[in-house]
Write a protein that binds this ligand. Structure first.
Ligand SMILES: CC(C)(COP(=O)(O)OP(=O)(O)OC[C@H]1O[C@@H](n2cnc3c(N)ncnc32)[C@H](O)[C@@H]1OP(=O)(O)O)[C@@H](O)C(=O)NCCC(=O)NCCS
Length: 146
């Protein structure tokens, strides 16, 4: 079983290249044109607010529901952020869950702004680069103890 996954870009990896035409057709086919159009509007709105500076971008973080709350999400995040800290690079993410704001704040993210897209509230969060290449204190603090 996959316990959790984190998908992120490297600092110069955003914007992501457009998916191949066949994948786009599969998406429209599977979700329907209306849903695909709504997703496109979400991506366009968030893209317009994406910081211009090169930042690691957290695309997705998820933990298998039966394993949530055991430190897996924090560990995945700490591993990714430690790599960015070694490169003295900051990080950026969006979340539509209020409870996740505290989760990411514990790893050094701060709310950059809030926006509303298609009626959903979205928090945009940024984590500054570690200035001296050592892991930021917040990563060490948020790493699981076991
Ligand atoms: C958010 C998520 C990745 C956190 O991973 P995790 O392994 O459950 O988290 P950890 O055990 O490392 O840390 C627990 C903290 O996560 C936060 N959290 C958010 N949603 C949670 C959930 N459904 N279950 C448990 N903790 C959750 C809480 O702040 C919790 O802190 P607390 O114990 O003080 O309440 C995970 O709960 C998840 O996959 N949620 C659904 C998908 C999602 O929202 N992904 C993020 C998209 S931006």
């Amino acid at each position: 079983m996959v316990a959790g996954a984190l998908v992120a870009t490297h600092p110069y990896g955003y914007p992501l290249p457009a998916p191949p035409l066949a994948s786009r057709i599969r998406c429209v086919w599977g979700q329907g044109w209306r849903v695909a159009r709504r997703w496109a509007r979400v991506f366009e709105a968030l893209d317009a607010l994406h910081p211009l500076e090169p930042l690691g971008y957290l695309g997705t973080l998820g933990v298998e529901p039966s394993l949530q709350g055991r430190g897996i999400g924090t560990a995945l995040l700490a591993h990714w952020l430690a790599g960015l800290d070694r490169e003295a690079t900051g990080a950026y993410l969006e979340t539509d869950r209020r409870e996740n704001v505290a989760f990411y704040t514990r790893s050094g993210f701060r709310v950059l702004g809030e926006t509303e897209v298609l009626g959903a509230r979205i928090w945009r969060m940024r984590r500054p680069a570690a200035s001296d290449g050592r892991p930021a204190r917040s990563v060490l603090e948020s790493a699981p103890s076991s």
